[in-house]
Design a protein around this ligand. Structure first.
Ligand SMILES: [Ca+2]
Ligand SMILES: [Ca+2]
Ligand SMILES: [Ca+2]
Length: 401
């Protein structure tokens, strides 16, 4: 950016591919806040799975006596560098969670936390604090899903209001990797639960939208964030009690996704961005990005929206955005459907696999969604030379013989 002065007038001249800097750095104070339904989108980015421990639950010292007809499962969760043993005791309509909150390897000195469940949702346990051998106290909460997996989330967040220009924005930080610190930045390759989480309600509707002006409102913590078109560097304090946001100059380039209707979430240490809303291109700060959530979106003649989710975007690799240049992302249509036939698990059976591949070899689900409703999976019919049908089925069953 170049600035030049003429009498009485500030002239701001922009080079191609850069964004101007306005305003001063601001620091917002953050205070602990509970996790509720309105902040669930933030918690989801911090989800981790506790590992079910093979073998008998009695291998944990001080295990409460198994309750008659109750199932006992022991899990291990890494919190602040310590291994925390957790036990779920469950019957048909009741659940208890016992956590080694003081990391002494003994569950007999712990209180059982009652779980609650609404219809088909997860069993939710109250938040609890883990005191690590290093002295940190880390808030955690856990949920048990319908497959018996124990999910762990931060038990609290840090919340406040940051003033950017004339507007105040609600802002949240979560200790996404449960290590007691709030300044762990992610990269393009970071997965949920491996670093910390930042959320900003950019459109002030008290919800965390999937995208506002090409940015998700809840994201893995990066070094930068774009809020309503302006870029800021982001520096949380280690203890999460404050966050500094400084307007910053950013060189930008263009991503061209080729497919006119792709919906792509792109992650990097520059922050997280989203190409969506029928746009073919978007502006991004210079850097390397990982496409992490990809969908193809199309409308039919009746105006219905069809979505085909990508099940593996690995083949897309990473995308480098260079200043003032356009980078093409080869992906999407034309799609190729492939059936692979292998011997089945049982003798005399064959297993049929069905996959849809995009231009870069990325894989799409064999099930599309029309206006948000899952459509039937593809079916197959096998006939002999005379046209007699020998077998038919759908690709979810995948085996015949
Ligand atoms: Ca204990
Ligand atoms: Ca952390
Ligand atoms: Ca919002």
């Amino acid at each position: 950016m170049k600035r030049g002065l003429v009498p009485g007038i500030l002239v701001v001249t922009l080079c191609a591919g850069s964004v101007p800097v306005w305003g001063q750095a601001v620091t917002a104070s953050l205070k602990p806040a509970g996790v509720g339904s309105s902040t669930h989108a933030v918690a989801e980015l911090a989800v981790r799975y506790a590992k079910a421990r093979p073998g008998e639950p009695e291998s944990t010292k001080g295990t409460p006596r198994p309750m008659t007809k109750w199932k006992n499962t022991t899990y291990d969760l890494s919190v602040g560098g310590a291994n925390v043993a957790m036990m779920v005791q469950s019957s048909v309509f009741a659940w208890r969670l016992i956590v080694d909150t003081d990391c002494d390897g003994n569950l007999s000195n712990e209180k059982a936390l009652p779980g609650s469940k609404r219809r088909a949702s997860n069993v939710v346990f109250p938040a609890f604090g883990v005191k690590t051998p290093g002295g940190a106290k880390i808030a955690v909460r856990a949920e048990l899903d319908n497959c018996g997996r124990l999910l762990a989330y931060p038990g609290r967040m840090m919340a406040g209001t940051v003033k950017l220009g004339e507007r105040g924005y609600r802002i949240f930080l979560a200790d996404g990797n449960l290590d007691g610190d709030y300044d762990d930045c992610g990269t393009g390759a970071s997965a949920c639960g491996s670093c910390d989480v930042l959320a900003i309600d950019m459109n002030a509707n008290r919800k965390f939208d999937a995208a506002v002006d090409g940015c998700p409102e809840a994201m893995l913590l990066g070094k930068r964030v774009r809020v309503n078109g302006a870029y800021y560097s982001v520096t949380p304090s280690v203890d999460g009690t404050s966050i500094e946001m400084a307007p910053t100059t950013v060189e930008t380039g263009t991503l061209d996704a080729g497919a006119p209707c792709a919906d792509i979430l792109l992650r990097s240490d520059n922050g997280t961005y989203r190409l969506c809303g029928g746009k073919k291109t978007c502006e991004l700060p210079v850097g390397r990005y990982q496409p992490v959530d990809v969908r193809l979106v199309a409308r039919d003649r009746k105006g219905a929206t069809w979505v085909l989710p990508c099940t593996s975007a690995e083949k897309l690799g990473t995308v480098e955005i260079k200043a003032g240049q356009t980078t093409s992302l080869e992906m999407g249509t034309p799609l190729v459907a492939k059936v692979d036939i292998r011997p089945g698990d049982d003798k005399g059976t064959l297993s049929l696999g069905f996959d849809i591949y995009g231009r870069a070899g990325e894989t799409y689900a064999p099930r599309a969604y029309r206006n948000g409703i899952a459509q039937p999976t593809p079916r197959f019919t096998i006939g002999d030379e005379s046209g007699k049908v020998l077998s038919k089925g759908d690709f979810f069953k995948m085996t015949f013989g």
